[in-house]
Each structure stands twice: as C-alpha cells, then as structure tokens.
Design a binder for this molecule. Sequence first.
Ligand code: ADP
Length: 499
Amino acid sequence: MPKYIMSLDAGTTSNRCIIYDKNGLIKAVAQKEFTQFFPKPGWVEHDANEIWTSMLEVMKEALKNVNASASDIAAIGITNQRETTIVWDRDTGEPVCPAIVWQCRRTADYCDELKKRGLTETIKNKTGLVIDAYFSATKLKWILDNVDGVRARAEKGELCFGTVETWLIWKLTSGEVHVTDYSNASRTMMFNINTLAWDDEILNELDIPKVMLPQAKQSSEVYGETDPEILGAPIKISGAAGDQQAALFGQGCFKKGDVKNTYGTGCFLLMNTGDKPVFSDNGLVTTIAWGLDGKVNYALEGSVFVAGAAVQWLRDELGIIASAPESETLAKNVPDSNGCYFVPSFTGLGAPYWNPYVRGTIVGLTRGVNKYHIVRATLESIAFQVSDVLGAMEADSGDHFSKLKVDGGASANNLLMQMQADIIDAQVVRPRSVESTSLGAAYLAGLAVGFWKDEAEIMKNMQTDRTFDPTMSETDRKNALTGWKKAVKAAMSYNGVQE
Ligand code: ADP
C-alpha cells in the first residue's frame, strides 16, 4: 500500500499541495500564489491556466520535498475555492475567457432581475441558496451571453463548464473525466439538492445548456486516474469537496449537530444537519456537506463578513496593535471592555440581520475607555457575531450543540477562544492541526481507496490542542448578550447610505 495521500488545496489566492501520512500528519507542503485580476470595480478574475500550472508545480515540489514518487501516493483529494466559474473547449482544453471568481459582483443586477421574476422561493427550495451573484449560475450565464460565439459552441456540446475542482480533475486526467462533487455542485445555484440532479427548470430560466455541465458524483469515490505523463505514473483521484465542507469533514464533524467555525478574515460556520436538508428561516444557506458511501450529508452554513478583518483594522487603520497576535496581549491588560461594544459591520451585517447598509459602530464610550478596552471589545465582537449565527442554526435545526470545533488563523487567540466558550456557553475545541480544509480532502480521498477504513479510524487521528470550557455566570452572559443586541440595534439605526 502506498504511504501517502496527496491533498490539493486550490484556494482563492494560492494553490497548495499537502502530503499526508496515515496518521493524518503533514509530511510536505508546497504553496504558490497566483495572479488576481480586477478589470473593473467589483470584478474579480483568475487565469484558469495559471491555476492549473501553479497547482502542477506545487504537486511536483511537494513530492520532491518528501522524496516520493507518484507510486507512493495512494490517492489525490481536492478542495477548492467554491463557486468560481470556468468554461473551456472540450477538444483543446483552452478556457474561453478568464475564470469569474466567487467574489465577483458583475451579475448583481441580473440577480435582482431573477428576484423580481419571483424565483426566490424556487431557488431556495431547490438549491438551498439565496439568489446571489456569489454562486456560479449567473456567472456562467454571463459568459454565455457576453463572450463571442460561446453560446452557439456550448449548445453544440463543444464547451465544458466547471468549478475549480472540475477543471483540475479534467486537466489531471487530460480531458478524460468531466465531474464535480455534490458539495461543489450545491454551490452553483443550478443543482437540485433534494434530487441530486441538475435542475431543468432553473437551467431553462437561465438559458444554460445542460450538455456543458459535469457529471455530479459523491465527494469520496474514484473519479479517474491522473494521466501517467503528468507525474510519471497514474494516481487515483478519489476525493473532492468545496473548502468549507472539506473543513467540516477534516474537523471530524461527521454527526448531525456537529458544528465547526473557521476564524479567518471572516468566519464560516457549518453545522452538519444529517441526511436531510434543513431550509433556513434565519438567512442561512442550505448546502450539501458531502456524498459518501451512497449517502448524502447536508449542512447549514452562515458567515460573518468581518472577523479577523476587524483585528487587521486595529492594526492597519488605527495602529493600536502592531500585529494580530498582539490583540490578545493588549486585551488581557483589562478585565473587561468597560461597557463598550464594537459592531464591526464595515460592509453590512449578514445572518441573522441581513442589512447591507449598516456601518461599523462603537457604543458605550465613557471617559475611562482606553485602547485596551477597544481591543477587547473587538475580540468580543467576533465571539458575539459567531454566537448570533449559531443561534440562527439552533433555531433552524432544532438541534442544540454543546461543542464548537474551531480552526483558521484567529483561532490561535486563546483569549478569543475563551470568550467564545463563555458567550455561547459551550465547549470550544481546537484541534492540533488547524489545516482542516486540506485534511478533509485527504480523508475523503483516502476513504474511497481504503487508505483509511472508515470514519472511526479517522477519528483516532484527531488530536486536540486545547479545549476551552465556559466559565461565565449565566447572569453575566445574559447581560453581555443584551448589551451586544442593543449595540447592533444602535448600529442598524444608522444607515450608511447617503440620502
Ligand atoms: P484567511 O484564510 O481569511 O486569509 P487566515 O485563516 O489566514 O485567514 O487568518 C487570518 C486572519 O486572522 C486575519 O484577519 C488576522 O487579523 C486574524 N488573526 C490571525 N492571528 C490572530 C490572532 N492571534 N488574534 C486575532 N486575530 C488573528
């Protein structure tokens, strides 16, 4: 049996290849950034060829770093920036235009039109999503309508659509395999998450030819083998999942009610809701977590727009901390935030408030509030926002959770993790490896080829770095949450749009 699993993490700004052993330990990492294109305000593009060539480079580099060859790799798993849309020629493999990145807002007006056409409920019930430019469907429609000759070629079956994992699998197999996995398909806004099929009604509404869509498969199954020319021998490609779903898997959130939160620039929370989709009344989206062993697991997803970014703001705009980790040291100089609350809604508020016009607000300022209190209030604001999304998840799912698994850059902040445990009154668990995303893809790939036997064997690899137990009294917790709610209300009373 080969010794390793290769995980390809196709991120938004860089590609990484990580090689794991059977204990889930990292044996080699190689990473390369690629170019971001901003051709107009609000537009974001990538060069699909550069995504492929830079991924190939890091694959070769990682193999070299661990002194391994293709025959030492049992399988490849892929995790990726979600929703980013690529269209290419089925014969030549040439993309017809730049990849439209998930962040790109160019189809926002068209999304408003879809809402006006009364499609909100249909889209929600079929895809689990809210109509938004973020998801792939309107990006694909834009390419069909705006790139010369593309619609006619697509209708003749000459073109392929794919998100990034589809594109990479296609390139790795030299055009033999055109597939996506359920988790990525569920972010396209064209995939019916109830029937696990591309939805004809939505395709008709958006005028998208079905023939260009990939075959949707489980997240853990052998899709094909790499062309032996690429790495010297064929390797099975047997796992794929969108980045947030892969992180949920990599955190071992296999059971209904398990939740993970990733603390990065923003926060991404996902809750496993088991084998049935839960449709949200609180502004969360419903998504497929993964398909595995002939079964599908669903998740509720919510995000916080500004989390670690608020810490960056303290560093870069206010200059009151020199580095992100310093937020912890400074906040520890004071026992509390002295009655001050910071709502860092620089770009509006997401779930459960959904108000794009709110702007950042600090309330409760008195003469004695100093920079340490502001830093502390900033960390608390991250914990409060996460608590709000978790509350929405509990309300939607009817599940109560007792544990939150964490990862991402800001999860290194012990004070923040303790605040989080206190505010949500649940245990916060930080794993030893916070590389949950790439690890999840590795596990999905390894399960499909018998590298790992089952989820129980994977759980044995999970090692906890530290747990944080709630220590706050119920009264203090209620008071803190009441203060936060009042602060959010105050922020919302200020509409940042100029009248
Ligand atoms: P992303 O993947 O979104 O770029 P990362 O997971 O790399 O994010 O985390 C980086 C973010 O976490 C930054 O916004 C940074 O301000 C924040 N961050 C990193 N370390 C800490 C820390 N020790 N305390 C608080 N925030 C931190």
